[in-house]
Design a protein around this ligand. Structure first.
Ligand SMILES: NC(=O)c1ccc[n+]([C@@H]2O[C@H](COP(=O)([O-])OP(=O)(O)OC[C@H]3O[C@@H](n4cnc5c(N)ncnc54)[C@H](OP(=O)(O)O)[C@@H]3O)[C@@H](O)[C@H]2O)c1
Length: 308
């Protein structure tokens, strides 16, 4: 039997923090978790968009418990401030869904000098998660869910050149960042397990889903007159954001999920469909590479798991 929104267990009394919850997969995950009774914190960079998303969710679930929390993952300083404020407000977090992401951006650096996609999609979440660790690590049933992508299969971590200076490609940078999300999820689970934590870390991907993620790609295609065509094909071959959110919701709530699991759609090429265990490339699950990647993330962000 296919797992759908109807299978999400009751979430009353639980606090779910979702990054990038104003749009696409994050919005649909927020809607369904709120519908099942969770208090959902929409951790977003633009308050007006988060408020509009909250109004939208309330059209589905008028009694939804929703909060906006400011978070800009492209700035380590803002991530740190955001985590400190969130910790003060919610000392217990049951679900942290690291969902926010950008794709196919033109070459550029964050204010910290990181390549934008790697800096936002991975390093922002890395710092945010480590700073919130005390809120979830020892909570029974707590989970950290990282949203990766089929694109993880095409990437590698450029350990000596993570900014891709002199070799930038928008797809290359996106693939590196989504591989990073998956490697982070797996390595975080190893760290939590080694600490004897109650929380687990899992990952998922939405296949191809019709969201705003593709907009930078459409903008670049538009320069060559292909913008409308790209939008048309993206809409035609992808599933709805609501269906794309199912692997996230499964990873976050299904009782059978274990630490280090990875879920995606069950259709052809894992592009569309209902949640099932997804393919993890050997590069992503390699423990030596995972440890090296964790050390790189610590070095770049100045974070440290052992001292916190
Ligand atoms: N859609 C797909 O086919 C697909 C496939 C594979 C993986 N994914 C992954 O799914 C996740 C969700 O993407 P989506 O498809 O739902 O795209 P989306 O509709 O564009 O949503 C992305 C969300 O991330 C937020 N975000 C971007 N930069 C941010 C920053 N610096 N700080 C905080 N939030 C930021 C966006 O905020 P704004 O609205 O303010 O920009 C938005 O809320 C991403 O991790 C993406 O890589 C998607």
């Amino acid at each position: 039997m296919k797992w759908t929104h109807a299978n999400i267990p009751d979430q009353h009394g639980r606090v779910a923090v979702i990054t990038g919850a104003n749009s696409g997969i994050g919005l649909e995950a927020a809607r369904e978790l709120a519908g099942k009774g969770a208090t959902v914190v929409l951790a977003c960079r633009t308050e007006s968009k988060a408020l509009a998303a909250m109004a939208d969710i309330r059209t589905s679930y008028p009694d939804a418990r929703l909060e906006f929390h400011a978070l800009d993952l492209a700035s380590q300083k803002k991530v740190r401030a955001s985590a400190a404020a969130l910790k003060a407000r919610h000392p217990r977090i049951d679900l942290l869904i690291n969902n926010a992401g950008v794709m196919w951006l033109e070459q550029g650096l964050t204010e910290d000098g990181f390549e934008q996609q790697f800096g936002t999609n991975h390093l922002g979440h890395f710092t945010f998660t480590l700073l919130l660790r005390d809120c979830f690590a020892h909570v029974e049933g707590a989970r950290v869910v990282s949203v990766s992508s089929l694109a993880h299969r095409g990437g590698r971590i450029h350990f000596d050149n993570p900014t891709l200076a002199g070799e930038y490609g928008r797809h290359k940078a996106y693939c590196q960042s989504k591989l990073a999300n998956l490697m982070f999820a797996l390595e975080l689970n190893r760290h939590l397990a080694a600490d004897g934590a109650k929380a687990i870390s899992v990952a998922c991907h939405p296949g191809g889903s019709n969201t705003n993620l593709v907009e930078p790609g459409i903008a670049s295609q538009a320069r060559f007159g292909f913008g409308t065509l790209t939008r048309f094909f993206w809409g035609m071959f992808t599933q709805s954001a609501s269906k794309g959110a199912l692997p996230t919701l499964y990873a976050a709530t299904a009782p059978s999920v274990g630490g280090g699991d990875y879920y995606g759609p069950d259709g052809p090429f894992e592009a569309i469909g209902y949640p099932k265990p997804a393919f993890i490339r050997r590069y992503a699950s390699d423990t030596e590479l995972g440890a090296k990647f964790w050390a790189l993330s610590e070095q770049l962000t100045g974070m440290n798991w052992t001292t916190k």
